[in-house]
Design a protein around this ligand. Structure first.
Ligand code: ADP
Ligand code: GLC
Length: 477
């Protein structure tokens, strides 16, 4: 099959979170299964590994009511069957830092920027003579893809393509003032609650994807159920229940080459499930890098966007209690100012036990995964979550809230590989810390937990085959 995959971030070129990881790894897994894949994404100013990009000789020309937009299409060929196409546009991507916003908040022209990506991706396929069987869009930034496919390209060769829309996070919907309808040239007849983009008198780009795509997926089976409830549906649960027969949960995989403790170049020592010694060297290096004195006490780590979703506020409530025990806490993250301030204050109060690094740092994220004894994810909700899978693979026991993809990947109980807690409540998290400390105090049992996690297969193979089966069912009608 020919698959056009569209994402606002693609690792290793651009990434703010798990979407980038998935858009980097899933297309590669599909190509490895023998399919022809083109990924389309913006050419941001700060794109990494820019030297791998070369011109295609093609460019886009799009006419919107707000003005005519054009820009070249660049390419990075990653393998025989996999190419990433980058849409270059100075006004939208090239002249600024950041993917979605900056210190002042979200960019004011995001509707235009991602309309350019969504419509531009379809035009890029045309320009390159790529006639896809499947057009696969992801999250609100590409919500207009299924809309444009049905409403703008219906008279072109692309019309026969089936569309898949994946929800990585239902809480981010791309909400804009209704004037955006005219600005982008969307017909007012689409501004309806039933079968349209309207949502409480605003334009909801995510909803465009949910309404117009031929199939919907989300990134874990548990989250697929949760988003059909009012508690987790963010106002769209009714629509999702209505389309439930079109919605499947397919668990994310992880890139097992990038995340492999046996070969990881970011680590001072490497290790495996059978030969765990190197993990101790990683712990020493981690403590040293964070300026904490060496100690045999357990280390709890997080690597996270500092956002409401992630329950960092709950962690900040529970840690002053948990830190009465002899444990260390290290954090790598960036995001909302009150959470950054909270972490700074915690470090100031417990300088011998707590150390933080505010910022985005891939090398350090690998060291935290390897050097920590426990990895914390007290999420309010978690569509899938990748860090808990990285942790399991690195023999670092995940301590997670029982929600979304965390339930589908971490096994609690005596013969499990991690620690789960239910209530989003300080006492429940403090109790989870206690269970972790008890496990740490029992080294043979701890080693068993670690090995069970490391032995699990989280590679993309199984999940990519599920996407292929879905694509095939759409193509054969
Ligand atoms: P989400 O997509 O909701 O942020 P995931 O667990 O799916 O959550 O993916 C997060 C990804 O982003 C992981 O690869 C994680 O290591 C990475 N990440 C998040 N924050 C940072 C950071 N500050 N530095 C380095 N990597 C980070
Ligand atoms: C989102 C979710 C996260 C998921 C990632 C990749 O950012 O918050 O849980 O793992 O997308 O699908």
């Amino acid at each position: 099959m020919k698959i056009l995959f569209i994402s606002s971030e693609v690792a290793p070129f651009s990434k703010t979170g798990g979407l980038g990881d998935v858009a980097g790894a899933l297309p590669a897994a599909l190509a490895a299964l023998g399919h022809d894949v083109k990924v389309v994404t913006p050419r941001y100013r700060d794109v990494k590994e820019a030297r791998r990009l070369s011109p295609t000789g093609h460019s886009l020309q799009l006419r919107f009511p707000f003005g005519e937009q054009q820009g070249p299409i660049l390419s990075a060929r990653l393998s025989e069957r996999l190419e990433v196409l980058f849409l270059e546009n100075a006004a939208f991507y090239g002249d600024r830092h950041g993917l979605y916003g900056d210190a002042f908040g979200e960019f004011g022209d995001n509707a235009r920027r991602f309309a350019y990506l969504s419509v531009g991706a379809l035009q890029a396929a045309q320009r390159l003579g790529f006639v896809p069987d499947i057009v696969h869009a992801n999250d609100w930034q590409t919500g207009l893809v299924p809309v444009a496919l049905r409403r703008g390209f219906q008279a072109t060769a692309l019309a026969r393509a089936k569309s898949v829309f994946t929800i990585h996070n239902l809480a981010y919907q791309g909400l804009f003032s209704k004037h955006v309808m005219e600005d982008l040239g969307l017909p007012w007849e689409l501004f309806t609650a039933d079968g349209g983009l309207e949502f409480h008198d605003t334009v909801n780009l995510l909803k465009g994807g949910l309404v117009f795509a031929d199939a919907l997926t989300t990134v874990s089976p548990t989250y697929a159920r949760e988003i059909q409830t009012p508690e987790q549906g963010y106002g769209l649960d009714g629509l999702l229940r209505h389309r439930a027969h079109r919605l499947t949960g397919i668990l994310n995989g992880i890139d097992t080459h990038e995340w492999n403790p046996v070969t990881d170049p970011y680590l001072p020592a490497r290790y495996s499930a059978r030969e765990l010694d190197g993990k101790d060297r990683c712990k020493r290096e981690l403590l040293a890098r964070f300026g904490l004195p060496w100690s045999d006490a357990p280390v709890f780590g997080i690597v996270s966007r500092l956002a409401w979703q992630k329950g960092v506020d709950l962690l900040l409530e529970a840690l002053p209690v948990a830190l009465q025990a002899d444990l260390r806490f290290v954090a790598v993250g960036s995001g909302e100012a009150p959470l950054e301030d909270g972490l700074r204050a915690l470090q100031a109060r417990f300088p011998q036990q707590v150390a933080i690094h505010l910022g985005f740092d891939t090398a350090l994220s690998h060291l935290v995964e390897a050097g920590s004894d426990f990895f914390l994810m007290p999420s309010r909700y978690e569509p899938c979550g990748l860090n808990q899978m990285y942790s399991l693979r690195y023999g670092t026991v995940p301590v997670v809230r029982a929600t979304g993809g965390l339930v589908d990947t971490v096994e609690g109980g005596l013969g499990g590989n991690g620690i789960l807690f239910e209530a989003f409540h300080k006492a429940a998290l403090v109790a989870a810390f206690r269970r972790a400390l008890a496990l740490y105090a029992d080294p043979p049992r701890l080693t068993e937990f670690r090995r069970r996690g490391m032995d699990k297969d989280f590679s993309w193979d199984a999940s990519a085959s599920r996407y292929v089966a879905l694509y095939q069912s759409l193509v054969s009608g």
